[in-house]
Design a binder for this molecule. Structure first.
Ligand code: NI
Length: 250
């Protein structure tokens, strides 16, 4: 069972989402969680999940899209979250690298999203960039669990999140030569606490770095993790998938 837990196949970087899904399935991916990042993309993710049995949706408003968020948008996300194939609230979180100027708005929308996750009893898929402590504090306050997508923190912080029941989301960055910290995190983290993701169309693994990504490229991420941990690719695939299906209703 091969699962891409985080991709944005509704990104404007793609001309044809159906083509991307077909390529992913042909490449051996069994299940795909398409993450929304605002109301429109969350809505479309839900619609796609109804068309493909292999596709699931995460709905939410991400930190890069909080500025224009209204109370009505928050309400719409909550409505969408009740769809049968919505398996998480995501992509949500904090990004102080992108901008610190709207820190308050980012925090307020993130809290709204966490409240929905709590009320709907859904896990979360969290983006955190240069905001790891604030992220940790809010996830603790709302007592939710899920995936820390595209994890970029330290080994010590990863351990703290794992204690809270989070999975460490690992994607194409792990194949980059300079990703020493992440490679170390992977070495030090049990496969039972890792989830795989491509973040398509972004972050293509080597040897495709810089090109448009597709979930079928998960196999390059698996190959690297297997090398780092000295286990078979099958073991990486099986244990990370089990980690995901034990938390997400896929
Ligand atoms: Ni993402």
């Amino acid at each position: 069972m091969l699962i891409d837990t985080h991709c944005h196949l509704l990104s404007s970087e793609y001309d044809d989402v159906d083509k991307e899904i077909k390529e992913a399935l042909k490449g051996g991916v069994d299940k795909i969680i398409i993450n929304g990042f605002d109301v429109a993309s969350s809505n479309e993710a839900v619609a796609l999940s109804k068309r493909y049995p292999e596709v699931y949706a995460a709905v939410g408003i991400g930190p890069e899209n909080v500025n224009a968020t209204s109370d009505d948008d928050i309400k719409k996300i909550k409505e969408l979250a009740s769809n049968e194939k919505v398996v998480a609230i995501g992509e949500i979180g904090l990004d102080y690298y992108w901008t610190k100027e709207n820190k308050e708005k980012q925090n307020s929308v993130f809290k709204d999203m966490l409240r929905i996750a709590k009320e709907m009893n859904l896990p979360v898929i969290v983006h955190s960039r240069q905001a790891i402590q604030d992220t940790y504090d809010l996830l603790t306050e709302y007592n939710v669990t899920g995936i820390l997508h595209c994890y970029s923190g330290s080994v010590e912080m990863a351990k703290e999140f794992i204690k809270k029941g989070f999975l460490i989301g690992v994607g194409g960055v792990v194949t980059f030569k300079n990703a020493k910290t992440l490679k170390n995190v992977v070495k030090e983290t049990s496969l039972d606490d890792i989830s795989l993701e491509t973040d398509s169309p972004y972050l293509s693994p080597e040897p495709f770095r810089g090109k448009t990504n597709n979930p079928s490229k998960l196999r390059y991420i698996i190959k690297e993790i297997a090398l780092l941990k000295g286990v078979s690719e099958k073991e990486v695939t099986d244990r990370t998938s089990l980690a995901v299906t034990s938390k997400f209703d896929l």
